[in-house]
Design a protein around this ligand. Sequence first.
Ligand code: NAD
Length: 312
Amino acid sequence: MSQHITITGGAGFLGSHLCDHLVAQGHDVLCVDNYFTGQRANIRQLLGNSHFEVLRHDVTFPLYVETDQIYNLACPASPIHYQFDPVQTTKTSVHGAINMLGLAKRVKARILQASTSEVYGDPEVHPQVEEYWGRVNPIGPRSCYDEGKRCAETLFFDYQRQHDLDIKVVRIFNTYGPRMAENDGRVVSNFIVQALKGEDITVYGDGTQTRSFCYVDDMIEGFVAMMATEKGFTGPLNLGNPGEYTIGELAETIVSMCGTRSRVVYHPLPQDDPRQRCPDITLAREKLGWEPKVQLHDGLKETIEYFRRLAD
Ligand SMILES: NC(=O)c1ccc[n+]([C@@H]2O[C@H](COP(=O)([O-])OP(=O)(O)OC[C@H]3O[C@@H](n4cnc5c(N)ncnc54)[C@H](O)[C@@H]3O)[C@@H](O)[C@H]2O)c1
């Protein structure tokens, strides 16, 4: 059945793919974004579609619309962007959650929060299961993001306990694909942009730290499957790709796929950068029947093509 769906952060990387997906499914989508890190170009293909509407709005202010479902994705996601104005980052997560939960309460909408693997901080448990409470520095340069997202989760669960709200919380692990911002310092986009320009590939640390990489299409299917679960299944639920790669391996793969002569150079690791991050997705497999399908090589191919087109 066609629903009215609100997506905050809808002009961003993940949000714009979610808009595409839900409009294609026949839903009426309202994209809410203040364009801090999102871009109109990401949603250009939907402008003019009668099932799609855009509202320039900052989620730190209340929003009054009619809606059946809310995906709350608004928040800068890369360290460069979330550390640019850390106070605003915390406000976006915390005030944004309060405002969107308030909206969900008023109109009795189901609401999904885009949380993050960063709530686990620099984990002592590997791979990370949802029961793990995390190891987060509350006063460091990454705290505005990590603690903001943790507080947003707290608000979601308090609204559920106090007001019986129909909530869903997903913890997103590193996701990549077309429409990642070009200069946001995230590892996949960084490496691809550097490789396509034939520049040195900068690896922070010795390159042995591992990460998992989930392709955007898999992630969007996970969001939608989570939204469709029965009331009362709240999560938190990990979504990500459990395949682990070292950063050094990723750099080498991208250099070879881009066919350039870039060298891989090593720089000191930034503060609080986790050594290892990998999701345990047992719960997502059990509850959603979901697991990532796109192989790293195939996802990288699409992403490299996107950045090549941008450069043309
Ligand atoms: N991409 C990942 O690997 C990843 C990992 C973990 C969590 N997440 C979460 O997923 C969500 C989307 O991430 P993304 O990668 O698409 O990032 P993104 O920066 O591309 O998208 C975020 C969007 O939110 C918008 N926004 C920021 N502050 C806002 C505000 N105050 N009001 C309205 N809009 C605002 C931005 O303009 C942008 O369009 C974020 O909440 C992020 O924390 C992403």
